[in-house]
Ligand binder design. Structure first.
Ligand code: UTP
Length: 294
C-alpha cells in the first residue's frame, strides 16, 4: 500500500528552548523567514504525501493560523501591489490538506501518535517530528518511503552520531542488510556510552504501520510518565517478532528543539540564500577578526 499520509507530532512543551517556548510553539521558530514546521511540511509534500495530520496541543494555535488562508493580508498586499509577497502568502494557504488534532496532555511522543489512529485509518503512514529539519537532495522521509516500498515493513530514520552523544538518543542494534540499511534487532533508549550497542541513532523520521497503535495502547509510561515510541517499536520486534528496518538518511539533520541546533540551521540556511549569503559571509569573517572582543 502506498504511503500517502503523514503525521507531524508538534505538541511537545519544548522545555529545552525556554523561555521563548513559554508563549510560542518551537515549531514556529523562524529559520531565516519561515517557521520550522514549514520546512517539515515541504519535505513531506516533496516526498509525495498528500494528506497531513498535525498533532497540536495547548498554546499551539499559531501553527494553524500559519497554514490557514489569510484574506485580510492577501487583500492588503494586493492593494499595495506587493506581488511577490502576495504570491508567497497565497502559496502557504494552498499548500496541501492539513488536518489538526489536539493531544490533551503532553504525555510523550508515543501518546501523541495514538491521536492519529482514526485519521490514518489502517494505512501505513509517515511520521516527521515537527522540530527536526533535514536538508537533503532527496527528501529525508522520501528515502524511508522507498525502503518501505521495497520491504513492506516499518522503517526508522537513523544517523551515525558521535559516541559521546549516544546517551541523548534512541540507539539501534541492527544487522546491515544493504548499504545504509539495517534490520533492527533491538532498540535502546538513551543508553550510556558503555551500554550502547552502536552509535546509530534514531532521528525524527519514521514510516509506520497501523500495528503500532495497539502496541502503544499497551505501552507503560516511562520514569517521566511519558509513552515512548521507541519502547513500542522495541516491543514490536522483541515480542511480536515484527521486522523493522532502519535507514541512514542521506542529508544533514538539525534538531531545532535544541538551542545550538537552532542557531546552526539558521546560519546554514541563510548561507544558502542568494540574498543573504554575501552579507552573512562578510559579517562572519569580520566577526572572526574581532574575536576576543566579547
Ligand atoms: P521532544 O523529545 O523534543 O520533547 O519531542 P519536547 O517536549 O517537545 O521538547 P523538550 O525535550 O521538552 O525540549 C519530540 C517530538 O515529539 C513531539 C514534540 O512536539 C516533538 O516534535 N511531542 C513530544 C508531542 O507531540 N507530544 C508530547 O507529549 C511530547
Amino acid at each position: 500500500m502506498k504511503v500517502r499520509k503523514a503525521v507531524i507530532p508538534a505538541a511537545g512543551l519544548g522545555t529545552r528552548m525556554l523561555p521563548i517556548t513559554k508563549s510560542m510553539p518551537k515549531e514556529m521558530l523562524p529559520i531565516v523567514d519561515k517557521p520550522v514546521i514549514h520546512y517539515v511540511v515541504e519535505e513531506a509534500i516533496k516526498a509525495g504525501i498528500d494528506d497531513i495530520l498535525i498533532i497540536t496541543g495547548k498554546g499551539k494555535r499559531a501553527i494553524e493560523n500559519y497554514f490557514d488562508k489569510s484574506f485580510e493580508l492577501e487583500f492588503y498586499l494586493r492593494e499595495k501591489g506587493k506581488e511577490k509577497e502576495l504570491q508567497q502568502i497565497e502559496e502557504i494557504g494552498e499548500m496541501i490538506d492539513i488536518y489538526y488534532v489536539r493531544q490533551k496532555k503532553p504525555l510523550g511522543l508515543g501518546d501523541a501518535i495514538l491521536y492519529a489512529e482514526k485519521h490514518v485509518n489502517n494505512e501505513p503512514f509517515a511520521v516527521l517530528l515537527g522540530d527536526d529539519i533535514i536538508i537533503s537532495k532527496e527528501p529525508g522521509i522520501g528515502q524511508l518511503i522507498n525502503i518501505f516500498d521495497q520491504f513492506k515493513s516499518p522503517v526508522i530514520g537513523v544517523e551515525q552520531v558521535s559516541w559521546e552523544s549516544v546517551e541523548k538518543y534512541g540507539i539501534i542494534d541492527g544487522n546491515k542488510v544493504e548499504k545504509d540499511i539495517y534490520q533492527v534487532r533491538d532498540l535502546v533508549e538513551k543508553p550510556s556510552r558503555k551500554q550502547a550497542p552502536s552509535n546509530i541513532a534514531i532521528i525524527g523520521r519514521y514510516v509506520l504501520t497501523p500495528e503500532i497503535f495497539d502496541t502503544l495502547k499497551e505501552s507503560k509510561p516511562d520514569k517521566r510518565g511519558e509513552i515512548q515510541l521507541t519502547d513500542a517499536l522495541k516491543y514490536l520486534i522483541t515480542n511480536n517478532q515484527n521486522t523493522i528496518y532502519a535507514k541512514e538518511i542521506d542529508g544533514d539533520r538539525y534538531d531545532v528543539g535544541d538551542k545550538f541546533g537552532f542557531i546552526q540551521v539558521n546560519i546554514e540556511m541563510a548561507l544558502r540564500r542568494k540574498d543573504l549569503r554575501n552579507k552573512l559571509e562578510n559579517y562572519l569573517r569580520q566577526y572572526k577578526l574581532l574575536e576576543g572582543s566579547l
